[in-house]
Design a protein around this ligand. Structure first.
Ligand SMILES: [Zn+2]
Length: 469
């Protein structure tokens, strides 16, 4: 079954066919680094990770770009209030963001462009839009995109959702990065320097100032992935105006289709309500870790529902995620005992029926509830066979390999893996290799290194095991 995804641009489910397979260019709108990302933000970022992993599961090679918005109204306010520099202010939240991303086991994007490092590209894009008459300079030195001129040239503004142009208020300009949903108006490409901006400004042919939020994404995505690319992803709240504006700016400048597939994740409610600090249901990832939950439990919960459905995130749900993962962990621990040191061939894994069903569920527009159902049916079946002593070492080894493949998408790992840090696991594997090739000098050196890091290798009848000293 080929991969099908819901394309907001077509408003329908489509077969996924990238422009130059097996490569896929994927751009995800990243964080605005003025605060710690909350759990609603994380739903979207984990979705981006799921899409990338699913594409890789299907044999595609993904070039994943996630931008960092490091200049914007709220950031400038933060810089002003804290009396720090722009880089110091955003650097703190940027580092926290990537730490959190690791906690949730999201793969690191190959490109993480910061808007402030693309100012020349942004300026050149605005210049092109001015030359093509889709942009105009206002009296205050700002540059705006003209939706009217864009439409007059036969271009469509509103490709992702139907917009009511009756409500278009001619001449009204929105300078802020935040818009009222109903207001359709020209938007700022370049914002002239104002006293509140302090030292946050750049020189440009249009005068000192800074870029608007929308143009940043157009400039960074096209610079890295090319003028037309495969996949653009974000939360549904970004459809309008952010993504509509990205399309208008990019296609206005190049005259070519900007993105082939647009994917949007739905909102997250917390305890049945929209998140708000006053309701006490506003959680950053760190708040949830402080309550004793782990990254893999939070990831499991975020990945339990379909991405296009509003999801109600609850603390009770997190308890459920803990129980669900414990079921998988217990089962795999028993299966690991039976498999011992036996491994299985890649061919045997590819033919695995469970894996095929799992892949089919993913291919059906990332049907996660169906994918998890495949996992839990498989766990029940394995538990039954373990209880009946009918699971052979070979079958157990095949089951472990199948799990590894499924987990390459789910990314929840297993408890024992979670307990062994990655660098220790790598050393352990290197020691195994050294022993196999009878390089005992090397294997002894690695054993000593492991010991210095607090781990010992115990030789058991079922092969060597790592143990904490
Ligand atoms: Zn964006």
């Amino acid at each position: 079954m080929g991969l099908k995804l819901f394309n907001t641009l077509a408003r329908s489910l489509q077969d996924f066919a990238p422009l130059a397979p097996p490569g896929v260019g994927m751009y995800c709108c990243g964080p605005t680094v003025y605060d710690f990302a909350h759990i609603g933000n994380w739903r979207t970022f984990v979705l981006g990770d799921l899409v990338r992993r699913t594409l890789e599961f299907n044999g595609f090679q993904v070039n994943h770009v996630m931008n960092i918005t490091d200049v914007e109204d709220k950031i400038i306010k933060g810089v002003r209030e804290t009396g720090t520099t722009l880089r110091d202010f955003t650097g703190k939240y940027e580092s926290a963001f990537f730490e959190d991303m690791k906690t949730l086991n999201c793969l690191e994007p190959q490109h993480k462009p910061r808007a402030t490092e693309f100012i020349p590209d942004i300026i050149s894009l605005i210049d092109t839009l001015l030359t093509r008459s889709f942009a105009y300079r206002a009296a205050d030195g700002s540059v705006y995109f003209s939706i009217e001129k864009y439409r007059a040239a036969g271009c469509t503004y509103g490709k992702l959702q139907n917009l009511n142009f009756e409500e278009l208020r001619a001449g009204e300009r929105v300078k802020s990065d935040e818009y009222a949903k109903e207001s359709i108006a020209d938007f700022a490409l370049w914002k002239a320097r104002s006293p509140e901006d302090g030292e946050v400004f750049w020189p440009s042919p249009f005068g000192e100032g800074r870029p608007g939020w929308h143009i940043e994404c157009s400039a960074m995505s096209m610079k890295i992935l090319g003028q037309g690319f495969d996949l653009h992803l974000g939360g549904e709240d970004l459809i309008f105006p952010h993504h509509e504006d990205e399309i208008a700016q990019s296609e206005g400048a190049t005259g070519k289709p900007f993105v082939k597939y647009w994917l949007h994740g739905a909102h997250l409610l917390v305890e049945g309500k929209k998140m708000s600090k006053s309701l006490g249901n506003f959680f950053t990832l760190r708040d949830l870790l402080a309550k004793g939950f782990t990254g893999r439990e939070i990831r499991r919960l975020l990945l339990s529902a379909h991405y296009r459905e509003t999801f109600n995130f609850t603390l009770e749900g997190l308890q459920g995620a803990k129980t669900a993962l414990a079921r998988i962990d217990e089962c795999l621990a028993k299966v690991r005992e039976i498999a011992g040191s036996l491994t299985t061939s890649a061919a045997a894994v590819a033919e695995n029926f469970t894996l095929q069903k799992f892949g089919d569920a993913l291919s059906d527009d990332l049907n996660m509830s169906a994918a998890w159902a495949v996992v839990f049916e498989w766990v029940s079946e394995l538990n039954r066979r373990v209880a009946e002593y009918s699971l052979s070492a070979g079958d157990a080894a095949a089951a472990l390999s199948a799990w590894q493949k499924m987990d390459s998408v789910l990314g929840v790992g297993t408890k024992s893996e979670a307990e062994v840090p990655a660098d220790i696991a790598t050393l352990f594997e290197a020691r195994q290799t050294a022993r196999k090739t009878k390089d005992f000098k090397k294997s002894d050196a690695i054993r000593d290194e492991l010991k210095s890091k607090g781990w010992t290798v115990e030789d058991t009848p079922k092969g060597p095991r790592l143990k904490k000293i």
